[in-house]
Ligand binder design. Structure first.
Ligand code: AMP
Length: 221
């Protein structure tokens, strides 16, 4: 199965993608995480992307499409993937469709997770990430902890630079002004499954898996 995961920043795409990846046995491809790793590694890509990301702006389409082509050529993507954070513009969506046709990829589903903006603002300003395993936590849940409850790394919590209020507002604006059009583009071309993300992680995950199982004979790799 090939899932294109869609939704506003902070709606829970990354969290759900991680769980789905392990339950469905397909890789989680997060373009944001690929870029963050490039920034940490100080590669040419990272140097180009750093400021753009810190402002919450979009990295140019040509760069992103290059990343996706390279990722799809890796053997781990052969039998499926969960694409989290791509496509974010109509040009990216069109290029992705060309690639899907060219590589004859089947079982492609667009999964859109929604939540009210007020909830999203609350979640994003309240979240911390682990530098080591990249897990995301609510501040109150890890208060007082010295090490990450997922990977045990010590003193590894940090706030993403793009999780400050001004940048979050910019990211939401870009989503509304640019990325939402991608969903409209897909509504004409592919089945779009919409899931209410304003619930617990477990309930949202169950809803996703139940809906996919109802619609597709085989969701497991
Ligand atoms: P995310 O982790 O998906 O929220 O992405 C973090 C940041 O990476 C975004 O705010 C953008 O600056 C950049 N980014 C990730 N994916 C894309 C994409 N498909 N197109 C352009 N920029 C992207």
């Amino acid at each position: 199965m090939r899932i294109l995961l869609f939704g506003m920043p902070g709606v829970g795409k990354g969290t759900q993608a991680k769980i789905l990846s392990s339950k469905l046995n397909i890789p989680h491809i997060s373009t944001g995480e690929i870029l963050r790793q490039a920034v940490r590694d100080e590669t040419e890509l990272g140097k180009k992307a750093k400021e753009i990301m810190n402002e919450g702006e979009l990295v140019p389409d040509s760069v992103m499409i290059g990343i996706i082509k390279e990722t799809f050529s890796q053997p781990r993507c052969k039998d499926g993937f969960i694409l989290d954070g791509f496509p974010r513009t109509k040009i990216q969506a069109e290029e992705l469709d060309e690639l899907i046709d060219e590589l004859k990829l089947s079982n492609v589903v667009v999964l859109s997770i929604t939540a009210p903006v007020s909830e999203i603002l609350k979640r994003l300003t309240d979240r911390l990430a682990c530098k080591n395993c990249k897990s995301i936590f609510t501040r109150s849940k890890i208060e007082g902890l010295k090490s990450c409850p997922k990977c045990n790394a010590e003193n590894s919590f940090y706030q993403r630079k793009d999780d400050t209020e001004d940048v979050i507002k910019n990211r939401i604006e870009i989503f509304n002004n640019v990325t939402k059009a991608v969903l409209e583009y897909y509504r004409d071309k592919r089945e779009v499954i919409t899931i209410d993300g304003n619930d617990t992680v477990e309930n949202v995950n169950k809803e996703i898996l139940d809906t996919l199982s109802l619609k597709y004979d085989k969701i497991k790799n």
